[in-house]
Design a binder for this molecule. Structure first.
Ligand code: AKB
Length: 329
């Protein structure tokens, strides 16, 4: 087990890792992965609310933190002297459209609090997730390139695009080693996503395992880029451990694994759960999905730090169904 997170830098020992937004879909799994990799007591989980599944965050410290409370964040940085901060707290696409002003405040001010304090306290590395939501209806929809017209038309996408530019600015102006990935929809069995447009691709597995049918809020031919959680964790940790001079993109890297429609994920599930039925009732999330890419060109990530996904749709389906069945009461 490594005990000093971060790259080879030894600027601050012992190093701790602070995960902000540790109770979210990604945060729960990333915290657990970091605690497997490092000394668990050195990985500090923080969130605005106590975890609903405390067993998933067992084994290391938990701190209450509203990332908009800069004084509290500063106090935690002084207390734990983190070498790395993973800042994951954000409102996702569908929720952000319902409360745009709060979404902008949380997604922007939260990031700026983290970036400013990281410069002030010389945090060695910061990770911040971006999203396929940075792209918009004018973007090429298939194999969306790293660099192209963006023009996002959701509050979430606008905040992620602005955040990417802030990350690049802090790197250029202050030398902050901040790194980022544009995640596609993330699918995992340990926790549920909250408030995203890609959430259907998690919900559908839960219904299939419960022996229920599913009503999908997107159209059956609505293609979106998606990724299984183990690949997302691998990408995040690989990016953070890559040598600094291999990181050529300081806004955020395109990251791809698979692209499928609701009809295709249904067919993949039906191979293992015969009789599972899906009906379609598109809602306001359809317009968000329509504005996003169908598939992603992630060649920059592959070239710069060796990104390579492990899971395709059928492999993910087999693994999701296996684990969800095991977890049934
Ligand atoms: C969402 O659907 O809002 C997120 C995302 C793609 O960033 N899962």
């Amino acid at each position: 087990m490594d005990t000093t997170p971060g790259d080879t830098s030894t600027s601050r020992l012992p190093g701790t890792v602070l995960v902000i937004g540790a109770c979210g879909q990604l945060g729960l799994e990333l915290t657990a992965a970091l605690r497997e990799k490092y000394e668990p007591a050195h990985v500090i989980a923080a969130d605005v609310r106590a975890p609903k599944q405390p067993e998933l965050l067992a084994g290391g410290p938990f701190e209450l933190l509203d990332v908009l409370d800069k004084a509290r964040l500063e106090q935690l940085i002084q207390q734990y002297e983190p070498k790395q901060i993973y800042h994951l707290a954000a409102l996702l696409s569908a929720t952000a459209e319902k409360d745009p002003m709060f979404a902008w405040k949380l997604n922007m001010d939260g990031l700026l609090n983290v970036l400013n304090l990281s410069v002030q306290y010389q945090v060695a590395q910061v990770y911040w997730p971006s999203s396929i939501a940075v792209f918009g209806p004018d973007t090429p929809r298939h194999d969306t390139p790293q660099l192209c017209i963006m023009n996002p038309n959701t509050v979430y996408g606008i905040s992620k695009l602005a955040g990417e530019q802030w990350c690049e600015w802090y790197h250029r102006k202050h030398g902050l080693d901040v790194r980022s990935l544009r995640y596609p929809g993330l699918i995992g069995y340990k926790s549920l996503p909250g408030g995203g447009t890609t959430d259907y691709a998690v919900d559908i597995y839960h219904k299939a395992v419960a022996g229920e049918n599913y009503q999908c809020f997107l159209k059956e031919d609505s293609y979106l880029p998606m990724m299984y959680m183990p690949d997302a964790l691998k990408a995040t940790l690989d990016l953070m451990h890559a040598p600094a001079d291999s990181i050529k993109v300081r806004t955020s890297y395109n990251l791809g694994a698979m692209s499928f429609s609701p009809a295709e994920i249904t067919a993949s599930i039906q191979q293992q759960v015969p009789g599972f039925e899906v009906s379609y009732a598109p809602d306001q999330r359809q317009a968000i999905a329509d504005s996003w890419p169908a598939s992603i060109d992630d060649s920059a990530a592959r070239q710069d730090w060796g990104w390579q996904p492990d899971f395709d749709l059928d492999k993910m389906t087999a693994d999701m169904l296996l684990h969800l069945k095991e977890m049934q009461p």
